[in-house]
Design a protein around this ligand. Structure first.
Ligand SMILES: [Zn+2]
Length: 152
């Protein structure tokens, strides 16, 4: 697995373990199908970054979501990848407000920003809490400036 930025790489560790497990499967898919590892363009963000980038969903800062680069993939590869994740692991997905339906992965953005947003549900993270007793929500970890500022 590769990362677009050091920021994304460093904060990979903060991801919910179920997302990491999915990424191992997704990376394997990419290696088999495309002979290349996945490139993650975003992992766990913080409130400051979300605000700066106009990100409305809290899924990244909650450690439930990652963005996977697909700008250099063929349309066929993208649709096969999204279908693979959504068919096999839909139960781990989140419920979209727009449709009221569960989804795990979807194609997002334009041009250079084109990526697959993969996110597990709030209820999923809650449900698997006992399976991962050592995982802590990134929102509760005060390591960065923005969260300290927010406390004041
Ligand atoms: Zn995203």
């Amino acid at each position: 697995m590769d990362f677009k930025t050091d920021y994304a790489k460093e904060r990979y560790e903060l991801l919910h373990p179920a997302v990491k497990e999915l990424l191992i499967i997704a990376d394997k898919w990419s290696l088999e199908r495309r002979k290349k590892p996945l490139v993650l363009t975003e992992t766990v963000t913080d409130a400051k970054k979300d605000k700066a980038e106009g990100r409305e969903s809290p899924s990244h800062r909650e450690g439930r979501a990652v963005d996977i680069r697909v700008k250099d993939w063929t349309e066929k590869e993208i649709s096969a990848f999204v279908a693979f994740l959504n068919e096999k692991y839909l139960y781990l997905g989140y419920i979209r407000k727009k449709t009221g339906k569960r989804i795990l992965a979807y194609l997002h953005g334009e041009g250079d920003d084109r990526h697959v947003h993969l996110a597990i549900g709030i209820d999923v993270a809650e449900k698997y809490k006992k399976s991962y007793p050592n995982w802590k929500s990134p929102l509760t970890i005060k390591t960065n400036k923005s969260s300290q500022e927010k406390e004041k």
